[in-house]
Ligand binder design. Structure first.
Ligand code: TYM
Length: 329
């Protein structure tokens, strides 16, 4: 297993947790799992140095707070393992310009920043992600739906390398849970929950005061009907709330629809706000324990980086050899 998360805005949001991080925790014991905070990816858009460093620690602390256990998985910071940038160069040279141009996340982001502020790094972002995944010979990549295309291009490039040289890379599969693959914005259920949404009211940040998030659940956009039922097309807001409830409570959507029969949307929203608060309060407490001891946090990350490098350097050495680079004497 291999996956990564950007440290861009400090606090993770509920989509990050339900779409990805929760699966990372569930998969860490039965698998050889590598999880990282992708600071190299973060600088594809401007970052303030002090904030970036701080957000990298905050991100690692949240991953531990969510339940990652360094005894069971390898948790590290991407820039601590230089092989990511090194393999990315090789992957740059295997990826077609047209192929990279078809990445929808790049198209979305570059249109938001405008041509002048769009960096070449943002364009080659998916290629660094290819390197991330292939360095660890990952079988599966637990992510949300928005990352599917990046895992798919990884498969294409791995196959290209394997056939051009000799079989070297495992072909990875995306690991995407249907129910939580795309958590929607609470104010605009037509778009995914994301830091870049226009209104912060639709975004549930895990490090916000639980009261603030409870209020966001209570004022979530639903529809003019009042019946709690699941219909993604016609009732996207209610369906999103039902999926979030189901993920947090462990009850199926069918059970929830039966449970809310004869009740109004308000009941669903209030229950969801309570459920979220019950989960997030201990998460915040655990996260702040890790943040209160940055020396210990850095030590955990240093051990993770060492474990990651042991694997990554071996893959890179094989790749360099297969490509025909002269070994350094
Ligand atoms: P990032 O930092 O944008 O998001 C981290 C994870 O959260 C998932 N996610 C969501 N899932 C469900 N609903 C949502 N609304 C939602 N929003 C975000 C994302 O799908 C992701 O799994 N490019 C990656 C980071 C990365 C990576 C990798 C991932 C770098 N290298 C290698 C996997 C493997 C990204 O920007 O994720």
């Amino acid at each position: 297993m291999l996956s990564g998360i950007q440290p861009t805005s400090g606090s993770f949001h509920l989509g990050n947790y339900l779409g990805a991080v929760r699966q990372w925790v569930d998969l860490q014991t039965a698998n050889d799992a590598f999880y990282m905070v992708v600071d190299l990816h973060a600088i594809t858009v401007p970052q303030d140095p002090v904030t970036l460093r701080q957000n990298t620690r905050i991100s690692a602390a949240q991953l531990l707070g969510a339940g990652l256990d360094p005894e069971h998985c390898t948790l590290f910071v991407q820039s601590h393992v230089p092989e990511h940038a090194q393999l990315a160069w090789v992957m740059n040279c295997l990826t077609g310009f047209g192929e990279a141009s078809r990445m929808t996340q790049f198209k979305d982001k570059s249109s938001r920043y405008g041509a002048e502020s769009t960096t070449v790094g943002l364009f080659t972002y998916p290629i660094l992600q290819i390197a991330d995944i292939l360095l660890y010979q990952a079988d599966a990549v637990p992510v949300g739906e928005d990352q599917r295309q990046h895992v798919e291009i990884t498969r294409d490039i791995a196959e290209r390398f394997n056939s051009r040289y000799t079989p070297t890379f495992t072909i990875p599969k995306p690991y995407i849970l249907k129910e939580t693959a795309k958590i929607m914005d609470l104010q605009d259920p037509g778009i995914k929950m994301s830091k870049s949404a226009s209104s912060p009211k639709g975004l549930v940040s895990l490090l916000d005061e639980p009261k603030v998030s409870a209020k966001k659940f209570k004022s979530a956009v639903t529809d003019t009907d009042t019946v709690v039922s699941y219909d993604e097309e016609r009732k996207p807001g209610v369906s999103n709330l039902l999926r979030i409830h189901s993920a947090l409570s462990g009850q199926s959507v069918e059970q929830l629809v039966a449970h809310f029969e004869g009740k109004m949307y308000g009941a669903l929203k209030t229950e969801l706000a309570e459920l979220f608060t019950e989960w997030v309060a201990p998460f915040q407490e655990r996260t702040s324990t890790f943040l209160d001891d940055p020396a210990e946090l850095d030590r955990v990350l240093a051990i993770g980086a060492e474990k990651a490098r042991a694997v990554a350097s071996e893959t890179l050495a094989t790749v360099y050899d297969r490509i025909g680079f002269l070994p350094a004497a």
